[in-house]
Design a binder for this molecule. Sequence first.
Ligand code: SF4
Ligand code: SF4
Length: 222
Amino acid sequence: MERDLKLTEKIRKYCLKIGADVIGFADVKHFNKFQKYNQPENYLKNSKTVVILGLHIFDLVLDAWNINPDNGKNYQFADVILENLGNLTKGFIRELGYESEIISYTPGLFLKDTAALAGIGPIGKNNLLITENFGSQVRLRALVTTAPLKCGNPILESKYCKECDLCVKACPAGAFQNGKYNKDICQPYQLLHLKKLSENTSIWCNDCVESCQIYKQLKITC
Ligand code: SF4
Ligand code: SF4
């Protein structure tokens, strides 16, 4: 399939202009290894590309969760911003003559895996995406589209983690056992140790995210 570099650059520029800090494009063929409901085709027929958008969590407040006491609904500030970026991008792609859909989390695509498949960066020992400019301090959102965009090369291994285990040591719950992240240890710890900003707003444990400072070294050597 012919992929359109000019169209890709148009969309990249637009996404950066509206405020995305990270942008990448993944070929749908890489998603065949996932379950059907984690494949782009499940959300949009004839989809050719997954566009992944990232927002730099430059302040922990962006990562805060707010519960509306009236209806019990949860909001995450960075997600709300990303939803808006996704809607704008969808409108722009429509103007260019292609369809797209914003993908929710559950069910949905594995966002950090999508970013790695788009060539943005690897999944680190901390079980999170590592980006060159912001380390793991990013929040992600994806759109699937029929636009045939020029995609990045998948990054399947983290060269940064070979000599490092800062995130493993930083975890107060010991959630990395035998080098693998264990959700059943992490999540109960997080729920017990929520940092309250107000009655309805709290921040979850972020130690494994903040401990990954590899991007600072990358910036120095670039
Ligand atoms: S802190 Fe070190 S081991 Fe952990 S994800 Fe970052 S580079 Fe990899
Ligand atoms: S979020 Fe906290 S508890 Fe969970 S793995 Fe990261 S550092 Fe450990």
